[in-house]
Ligand binder design. Sequence first.
Ligand code: KDG
Length: 313
Amino acid sequence: MSELVTFGETMLRLTPPRGHRLSRVDRLDVHVGGAESNVAVGAANLGVEAAWASLLPATDLGERIAYALRGEGVEPLVTWTETGRVGTYYFERGGMPRGRDVIYDREGAPIREATPADAPLDRIRDAEVFFTTGITPALSEGLAETTGTLLETARDAGVTTAFDVNHRDKLWTPETARETLAGLFPSVDVLFVAERDAREVLALDGDAERMARDLAAEYGFETVVVTLGEEGAIAVHDGTVSRQGTFPADTVDPLGSGDAFASGFLAERLDGTPVPDAMAYGAATAALKRTVEGDMARVSPAEVRALVEEGGK
Ligand code: KDG
């Protein structure tokens, strides 16, 4: 049994050295990344018994992913397939005015064909929290249906379901996302959503508190966390609002900061910590994640605690 089970695609991230163009590169760093495994890793590093469920091809690259997650203390619950490939993505980073870009090469990953029978339903039913994100239903119509079944399976077994909207406009349009997510939301207890996704994907308006309250009223979420980038985050939990600032951090790598927030928040909630304090742990985990290369929150409970005690902005 695991306290937290997550479900989603994990890829190899191939990163040119900072300031190098992908089209001219002769060396790539290899990282392992995927929103749902990132959350499992962050939580595991904070002491949660965490498992990540997915499908991977039975190849060396598939094994590379499972190996990385095992090394971070996450149990990989993998259905190994004879066909398909490991998805990859490239993260090109330059200074302004070029900025950064994520380029996906993820067609053909076996998770796109996953049915509920490919998922460890008993392990999901036995968890305390089941987590996935909007990236998973974006990958195929069939996977959107499977995602819905997994959320319902967890809910029916009394498992807390947590979901991060995590809109990726390279995967689907806001209109398709809104329609699909509206079908999934009734099975979700805890929703994370970036303010921009709340406006542009979920078509909400007003300030963050208004949007969180509207979401809670429409779908019956127990908790809605709206993340505000530099401005921190706001949560509405059982009708009560809490606000959290950010902790200053020198950003070495921004990818996975939202996942780190979710992992710190969920790890504390699993411990019974009240929402306002869990928000502080989420923000501290996100700040510490930004100081480390790769998408995963390689943090320790002691450093997160110390940062929380110092206080945020
Ligand atoms: O949140 C970080 C993720 O975006 C990254 O790890 C890769 O899951 C990923 C995706 O699909 O973009």
